[in-house]
Design a protein around this ligand. Structure first.
Ligand code: ATP
Ligand code: MG
Length: 281
């Protein structure tokens, strides 16, 4: 599938074009009933919230679903400076004229794409407000600056992601926002599935290496309730396998992919390295 990154002042977003015959589906290993739930939500054009820790497969899942449903995917990574204009659009000076430029959300609403607002909680509150009329029965987008209201294309769908536990009281979605969504809970995949993912994502990985990495990941995640704030993600396991595939020593690969990024605490690092050493040293 063709991907383009475009930048409308202040907001960078990816557009994955409609899948074409001959395109290969993104690889996604289902963990439960998420595919069926998403399909039903899409049938009813209900907005979906993907909940789960970092690196557990939310983005990959959506790329896969967009491909299966043959819809273009517009992804916006939300950040704390993101305003509603970044999503909806703005007038820009071009020579002597001011020309209106649709933002990524408006473009998705008009063309019937799936719009993915990644980490929506990060965005300024005014940008969460613009999605309200889009996510209930109205399915309308208000373009305040133009005094316009547009009906969403019948294929348009809004998807947001949400990392539970990262929010503070000050930064959380309002109940009136949350309850407009069908929410799908993600977690790290079961052992067998995670092994399969490593083998597929990093070709050349030996099954016994995948098994050890998955085992380390599991034990490392248990430390989460013992002071560690982050969980070792499936992404981190993929990185470790990838670094080993590039010829790095397994212990070093695990350290740089699975230990150093998630903690600055010496004792916790040591505890994680102990787990790594028990498997690879
Ligand atoms: N179920 C899965 N099938 C295939 N690959 C997976 C799956 N789960 C995780 N992965 C692997 O883990 C990596 C990270 O997944 P992804 O980018 O989807 O995480 P995420 O949940 O969107 O994380 P973040 O919250 O940080 O954006 C993927 O690039 C892929 O290699
Ligand atoms: Mg993601």
């Amino acid at each position: 599938m063709k991907t383009a990154t475009s930048r409308v002042r202040g907001v960078e977003h990816d557009i994955v074009q409609m899948p074409q015959v001959g395109d290969v589906s993104p690889y996604y290993e289902p963990q439960g009933n998420e595919v069926a739930v998403f399909e039903a939500a899409y049938k009813r054009r209900l907005p979906v919230m993907l909940k789960g820790p970092t690196g557990c497969g939310k983005t990959r899942f959506l790329e896969y679903m967009a491909f299966q449903l043959k819809r273009p995917l517009v992804t916006v990574s939300c950040h704390e400076d993101l305003t509603s204009s970044d999503l909806v659009g703005r007038f820009l000076l071009e020579g002597a004229d001011t020309i209106w430029h649709d933002g990524p959300l408006t473009r998705a609403v008009k063309t019937g794409a799936i719009c993915y607002l990644d980490e929506i909680v990060e965005a300024r509150t005014d940008s969460t407000v613009v999605i309200h009329s889009l996510t209930d029965h109205r399915r309308k987008l208000t373009i305040e600056k133009k005094g316009q209201e547009i009906d969403a294309h019948e294929d348009f769908m809004l998807v947001i992601s949400y990392n539970p536990g990262y929010q503070t009281v000050l930064k959380d979605l309002k109940p009136s926002t949350k309850q407009r969504f069908i929410a799908i809970n993600f977690d790290f995949p079961p052992e067998e599935v995670e092994r399969k993912i490593l083998l597929r994502e990093v070709p050349g990985t030996k099954p016994e290496i995948a098994q050890q990495l998955v085992a380390i990941g599991r034990k490392a995640r248990l430390l989460k309730d013992h002071g560690l704030e982050e969980s070792t993600s499936t992404r981190a396991l993929v990185y470790a396998a990838s670094m080993m595939g590039a010829g790095l020593d397994p212990v070093v690969a695990c350290q740089v992919a699975m230990v150093n990024p998630i903690t600055d605490d010496v004792e916790l690092s040591d505890a994680l390295m102990e787990i790594v050493n028990a498997h690879f040293a």
